[in-house]
Design a protein around this ligand. Structure first.
Ligand code: PLP
Length: 396
């Protein structure tokens, strides 16, 4: 692997130089006002990125998966009902975590490549007169299939059914890259990690709790120690954690939020949309198809690209790594070997993306696919020329 090349995996993402420097700092007393000067602005920054006025933000030394566990263990009890659709590897893993915690998951099997079925959710919630279902899970962006779901529609389903269940949203590969509106969508638990839209290394679980979710923590009985938000809140009140925080990463997170807010969230989202549209133009020019079944499902952070029948899509990823020192994502679970994934989120520009598309093309031609060198790159170039942001802020 060449350290000069950007990565094109859907996380961890490329780390801007300024954030790498922010993480590299001398040891400080992590129970001091000095740490508070990092901790409180970082939490405030995250709250703004989530577009929430009143969410409580908790940040654990962990990853997105730990964020799921934080959300579940603090708000639910053994035997509680959960409603979840399975439409990819990440929603699958979240369901598995619920089951291992003794929660009773009603699973809506959904073809991989489709979005969350808000209509089915509404039917099931309407039928649940006794309100056995305590939480509805929604994976905003299925990183395995490159599918973005409509969280506002899931909220409407809950409201139409008049159902009080909490709305849990996995935004690990969408938050800070694609529009996310915690308050407007009535999200109760918003989960993410440090290594995708926030452009840092893995190491932080980031979770927003609505006031309703905070209320639920009082009666929730699932065991929790490391991820207990009440212990964490007591720590925060003293500029500290109940244990040792990842100080450098927290400093990086604080800087990351400043960077995102300085670029402007809407500009960040527009940059992702534009870069993704260029990737999709290339895929189309190659004569290939996305795993995502329809344009309104296309993710702006990752594209899962189907390769022709009989071709092993994973070979593109292995070949790109060994011959060109470039990383793409493999297919996971049901679509392993059938798709390869191009991650296009975080610190990325049109120019970086063109290099990734050029590399994918070289690999596909090397491996005998009937694709013309330059075809996808030209389609993306055309798109980027016509849709350039005049002054691209220094995102990289
Ligand atoms: C990456 C990812 C996760 C897992 O996050 P980790 O930080 O690896 O624990 C969960 N959900 C989605 C949608 C993801 O993209």
């Amino acid at each position: 692997m060449s350290f000069q090349n950007p990565v094109f995996i859907p996380g961890p993402t490329n780390i801007p130089e300024s954030l790498r420097k922010a993480c590299d700092m001398p040891t400080i007393d992590h129970r001091s006002p000095l740490f508070g000067q990092i901790l409180h602005p970082a939490r405030e920054g995250v709250r703004k990125v989530l577009k929430s006025e009143s969410a409580e933000i908790f940040i654990f030394p962990s990853t997105g998966t730990g964020g799921w566990e934080t959300a579940l263990s603090n708000t639910l009890s053994v035997g509680d009902g959960i409603l979840a659709a399975r439409n990819g590897m990440f929603s699958h893993r979240w369901i598995d975590m619920c089951q291992r915690h003794g929660l009773e998951v009603q699973i809506v099997e959904t073809p991989w490549g489709q979005g969350l079925p808000a209509d089915r959710y509404e039917e099931i919630l309407t039928a649940d007169k006794g309100h056995k279902i305590k939480a509805v899970l929604a994976t905003h962006n299925e990183t395995a299939t490159g599918v973005r779901s409509d969280i506002a529609a899931v909220r409407r389903a809950l409201d139409a059914a008049g159902h009080p269940a909490l709305l849990f949203v996995d935004g690990v590969s969408s938050i800070a890259s694609m529009d996310f509106r915690m308050d407007e969508w009535g999200v109760d638990l918003a989960v993410t990690g440090s290594q995708k839209g926030f452009m840092l290394t893995a190491g932080l679980a980031i979770v927003g709790f609505s006031q309703k979710a905070m209320e639920a923590t009082k009666s929730a009985r699932l065991p929790r120690t490391f991820f207990d938000v009440h212990d964490m809140a007591k720590g925060y009140a003293n500029n500290a954690y109940p244990y040792t925080p990842a100080v450098g990463l927290m400093n990086g997170l604080n800087e990351s939020c400043k960077m995102l807010l300085a670029e402007g969230l809407e500009t960040v989202f527009a940059r992702h949309t534009r870069i993704a549209a260029g990737v999709r133009a290339a895929v189309n020019a190659w004569g290939l198809e996305l795993c995502a079944a329809a344009p309104d499902l296309y993710s702006d952070t990752v594209s899962a690209i189907r390769t022709p029948e009989g071709f092993n899509a994973t070979s593109i990823v292995t070949h790109a790594a060994s011959k060109y020192g470039v990383a793409f994502g493999v297919g996971l679970g049901e679509v392993a070997g059938k798709v390869f994934r191009i991650g296009h989120l975080g610190s990325l520009t049109d120019v970086m993306m063109l290099s990734g598309l050029a590399t994918a093309e070289m690999c596909m031609v090397d491996l005998g696919l009937d694709i013309k060198l330059g075809s996808g790159v030209a389609a993306a170039q055309d798109y980027y020329r016509g849709n350039a942001l005049v002054a691209q802020k220094d995102a990289a």
